[in-house]
Write a protein that binds this ligand. Sequence first.
Ligand SMILES: Nc1ncnc2c1ncn2[C@@H]1O[C@H](COP(=O)(O)OP(=O)(O)OP(=O)(O)O)[C@@H](O)[C@H]1O
Ligand SMILES: [Mg+2]
Length: 495
Amino acid sequence: MSVAVRFNDIRKDFGPVRVLHGVTFELAPGRIHGLLGENGAGKSTLMKILAGYERASAGEMLVDGRACSFGGSREAEAAGIVLIHQEFNLAEHLTIAQNIFLGHEKKRGLFVDDTAMRREARALLAQVGLARGPDTPVRELIVAEKQLVEIAKALSRHARLLIMDEPTATLTPAETARLFALMTRLRADGTTIVYISHKLDEVEHITDDVIVMRDGRFVAASATAGLARQQMANLMVGRELSDMFPEKTPAPADAPVALRVSGLAVPGWVEDLSFEVRAGEILGFAGLVGAGRSEAFEAIVGLREKRAGTISVDGREVVFRHARDAVRHGITYLSEDRKGRGLHLDLSLQDNLTLMTLERYGRPLIDLKAGRRALEAAVREFGIRTGDLSSRARMLSGGNQQKLALAKFLQPDPRVIVLDEPTRGVDIGAKRDIYFLIQRLAASGRAVIVISSELIELIGLAHRVVVMRAGRLAATLTETQLNEEELIAHATGTH
Ligand SMILES: Nc1ncnc2c1ncn2[C@@H]1O[C@H](COP(=O)(O)OP(=O)(O)OP(=O)(O)O)[C@@H](O)[C@H]1O
Ligand SMILES: [Mg+2]
């Protein structure tokens, strides 16, 4: 039942750019293998080769001792190898059940057997813990739910080797726990699992072995037990990582209020939310998934209808009918849904970067050279790894897309910047860079709002943290009150 894999000197070139430089290692059968590496290290590319989405340029891949080269994902699936994509691959307009069985429709005679598919979809959804009916259109789902549909879809293929590319990036702790229980069950049934994640605590918890890649090369393999988290991190980045967070500056008590929100109500999501943030302040937003944090800010910047509430920027009341209005008033919002709202994956890096400044000034950027210079500066400042500056955003690795999105939303030089899960999918070295960047933004007088489900991030960065629960403000904690227990208690209502 279990599948063993050996990679032998695998290379991969995209045009003139080599991204895998002869990777050699083995995956023992029936185990959970953690695959670690910085953004752009080549993890997803190697796994796409294994699952038939890409072809190696050179080298050999042995599956159960036999040389294999899959011409497509269907061939890999026939060999029992299934990949859950880092960036979702769902058809938005189809239902959950239709997505799960897309291309593998169940038939009775000549006809598609909807009843059987719905029945099996329901069972799969129960397994992954998604409380939605099989007929729900995927476009109605939030990001975490889409991830669970991806997992259900992979399970329906009865994989013997299951590759999960950052499956928990969008999941809540409870959903993650359920996924881990499922992985443990699958392993007991003999499934081999590759688990890619930047969350080292999870890697430590769930994996049997750890494999580390760096710059398109294999670096190390080790049993997970006995490998400290810090060692994993050092192997990934190839150097010692010092303190993750910058030293905190004092909260700017007398600075002017940059953004004030009063009595915000968003139908179905938010009731009576009021808060303010000062210039130079880092204000955190904590809460469970579904607490209404993203929805509140979507409404604030004009991406979503609000029912009530006033918004003032620098003491003057404003009305934003469109996100463009907010950008013009110096507020940008980096959505957590970077694929849907953050980036245009089929545009070039440069077009992505300069798009918001176009919106702000409402005229085409005449100076293309200036655009190119801006891109070069962003690549430097944000450490965006790309072999080719003229490529499309789609070509970037997941974490590097996130860095590009950050750079893009800072281009208009906002005075208030809202970052929704800014370090999701970002490697540990780049995370640290983003924390220091946020600190610099605040120190230069900008107000920074950070929405995050990583409590440690809010505790390490924020001057104050607003906790939301079920659409309402549950508490505002100042620096001295900030700790995990306190945040969790307010977020869950067990205070
Ligand atoms: N289709 C493509 N065309 C050109 N370059 C590509 C393509 N796909 C990936 N790359 C490049 O290959 C390198 C490795 O990318 P990959 O997605 O494998 O990284 P990763 O280790 O999965 O990173 P992350 O942790 O950010 O997901 C990156 O530099 C990326 O830009
Ligand atoms: Mg990846």
